[in-house]
Design a protein around this ligand. Structure first.
Ligand code: SAM
Length: 323
């Protein structure tokens, strides 16, 4: 963390957002969290194990004069960090064009790893484009079994298809459709479901980039919350008994995190449990127990709020099992 004055609100972050953030993040961490919006994040990427190995990638990058630092993670091999100033050069290397690595934030990498799909399983990525997490799911499944990737936005759908192809994914079946309809179309079909939900992307805000915040309003957060609730219900219907569902967002708002889970548990709580999560970093906080008048189910306490650092984006993750 870089140091920052906890009383300072960067000019281009919406005031309503920072006021809410202050109520969400623990008081002693708020200043540090706020300061992470002021700097470009370090660039992280991971090897594509479908196409190459960490050793071969490192040799390729060294030959292209890219200076990288290996991140020792245990849970995921072949993860690296470079200076943001070198990002353009990284995307001009042959290794990039060959799909030998994928640029992605660490908190995004962890979601599919925690879902832990296995070879030959039937897996659904319910909000998949541009496909960064689908790629990890496919590699963990060793390109076997059945991986459905759903994305309704036409432009994003085709970008995802290109990404999956260039990274050598062969077990994915892509669908340009609304995730809300999948539960009714494919009931009880999947062993594991990733719902990396559309969200207000608050964790991607940058105080020096007005474009990152210009569409944010509280009204939008609440609208997004309604969509997330319906997607979660759809995911529940599509999940096999004994199957696992990982819900994630890159937002801080409880309306997009604890609240949709609360809604799911109110409807199907007798068939659901949440699972404790172990993360490879300690910049985490417990979920909220209440927000406004809403008091959250105790099971939601197994979810994790990842707090942002100079490298890691803020993130929310909850792993559920259908009993
Ligand atoms: N998982 C992706 C990755 O790691 O590359 C990022 C997913 S992004 C957070 C959320 C995606 O949900 C967006 O691509 C958005 O277009 C899509 N989306 C929006 N509405 C949706 C809906 N009704 N059903 C399914 N996906 C939806």
């Amino acid at each position: 963390f870089s140091s920052a004055d906890a009383g300072t609100t960067p000019m281009s972050l919406p005031e309503a957002f920072t006021q809410r953030l202050e109520q969400i993040v623990p008081r002693e961490r708020f200043g540090n969290v706020l300061s992470t919006f002021d700097l470009p994040k370090q660039v992280t990427f991971r090897v594509n194990p479908v196409q190459t190995t960490p050793e071969a990638l490192e040799a390729e990058l060294t030959a292209s004069a890219i200076v990288f630092e290996r991140i020792e993670w245990g849970v995921l091999q072949g993860v690296y960090r470079i200076d943001p100033a070198d990002k353009l050069r990284l995307t001009q290397t042959e290794a990039f064009y060959k799909g030998h690595f994928y640029i992605q934030n660490l908190s995004s990498m962890i979601a599919p790893v925690l879902l832990a799909p296995e070879p030959e399983e039937t897996v659904l990525d319910l909000a998949a484009a541009p496909g960064g997490k689908t790629l990890i799911l496919a590699s963990m499944m060793q390109n076997t079994g059945w991986l459905s990737a759903v994305e309704p936005s036409r432009e994003r759908f085709f970008r995802m298809c290109d990404n999956l192809k260039s990274q050598g994914v062969t077990n994915a079946h892509t669908y340009m459709t609304d995730g809300r309809s999948v539960g009714k179309k494919c009931p009880l079909m999947f062993d594991r479901i990733l719902l990396d939900a559309p969200c207000s992307s608050e964790a991607r805000f940058k105080s020096f980039d007005e474009k990152s915040t210009m569409f944010w309003t509280l009204h939008k957060v609440k609208e997004t919350s309604k969509l997330q609730r319906r997607l979660l219900l759809s995911a529940f219907d599509a999940l096999k008994p004994g199957g696992k569902l990982l819900y994630s967002t890159c937002s801080f708002s409880p309306e997009e995190n604890e609240s949709p889970l609360q809604h799911l548990l109110e409807r199907h709580g007798e068939h659901l449990k949440t699972l404790p999560l172990v993360l490879p970093f300690d910049n985490v906080q417990k979920p909220l127990t209440r927000w406004g008048k809403e008091i959250f189910d105790e099971r939601i306490q197994n979810a994790v709020r990842i707090l942002p650092t100079d490298t890691i984006d803020g993130f929310f993750i909850c792993l559920l099992e259908k009993t």
